[in-house]
Design a protein around this ligand. Structure first.
Ligand code: PGA
Length: 268
């Protein structure tokens, strides 16, 4: 069974002092739950990473970067490399967030290089995938997802693919009023798993986590995390308070218990 994920990206929010306050509250909430069946991580801005590493040390909450460069060092003013993230205590790195694609001109060919470097450095890349509103309207969503995921993973051997996390984040649902509907999410996650199955085999498809992001809230998250092919919730605004993220974590913990019960029932 795939381990479910509860994650939040803070974008350009939550400085060091606020990170310490956030972590203090979240730690006390997480300590009251059995979170051993799920993975939890937060992606603070770079300057908050040292505070986050200190505050979340020895807790089940891991940390990660929101981006990185594809080289380890050199003349790349303003950039951060994979070894630097590792040194700062990161276990994850988010790549291809739609805001990086939209405002900073990143392409999936670049993402492919970043994925490769992140994995070699021992980071888990969280690779964002998603169609625009126009691509959705043109009925091209699954074709776009296939192109994005296959380009990002090109050159990676099959056995490395399950060490990535794929984040389906429809670009039109990020920062929006509503998430994609559960039916729509189910269809895209199924399509992504089929793409993995066709190109990388059944084993890879079964073991690779595909999480959903885009206007997730504690209210709509329950139906989304309950879907078969959804392996986690990736949350922006609704988890920028520790109370909000704690509620998301609770949903994922409950969903993990239900999915385990279903799997056990199916195999006995
Ligand atoms: P949102 O952000 O939850 O605020 O829509 C999601 C994201 O950008 O990943």
């Amino acid at each position: 069974m795939r381990k479910l994920v509860a994650a939040t990206g803070w974008k350009m929010n939550i400085g060091s002092a606020e990170t310490v306050r956030y972590a203090g509250f979240l730690k006390s909430r997480v300590a009251q739950l059995d979170v051993s069946a799920i993975d939890i991580f937060v992606l603070p801005p770079f300057t908050s990473l040292p505070a986050a590493a200190g505050a979340f040390g020895n807790t089940p909450v891991a940390i990660g970067g929101q981006n990185m460069h594809w080289e380890d060092s050199g003349g790349w003013t303003g950039e951060i490399s994979a070894p630097m993230l590792v040194e700062a205590g990161c276990r994850y790195v988010e790549l291809a967030h739609s805001e990086r694609l939209q405002h900073f001109g990143e392409t999936y060919e670049l993402i492919r290089r970043k994925v490769d470097r992140a994995m070699s450095a021992g980071l888990t890349p969280v690779i964002c995938l998603g169609e625009t509103a126009q691509e959705k309207a043109a009925g091209r969503s699954d074709e776009v997802l296939a192109e994005q995921v296959l380009t990002s993973l090109a050159g990676q051997p099959d056995n490395r693919v399950p060490d990535t996390i794929l984040a389906y984040e429809p670009r039109w649902a990020i920062g929006a009023a509503e998430a994609a509907s559960p039916d729509y999410v189910a269809a895209r996650h199924k399509a992504l798993r089929n793409i993995l199955r066709q190109h990388r085999g059944r084993d890879v498809a079964e073991h690779t986590r595909i999480i959903y992001g885009g206007s997730v809230t504690p209210e709509n998250g329950h139906d989304i995390i309950g879907l078969d092919d959804v392996d986690g919730l990736f949350v922006g605004r609704a988890a920028w308070t520790p109370e909000g993220f704690a509620r998301i974590i609770e949903l994922v913990v409950k969903a993990a218990a239900k999915k385990l019960a279903r799997t056990t029932a199916a195999t006995t």
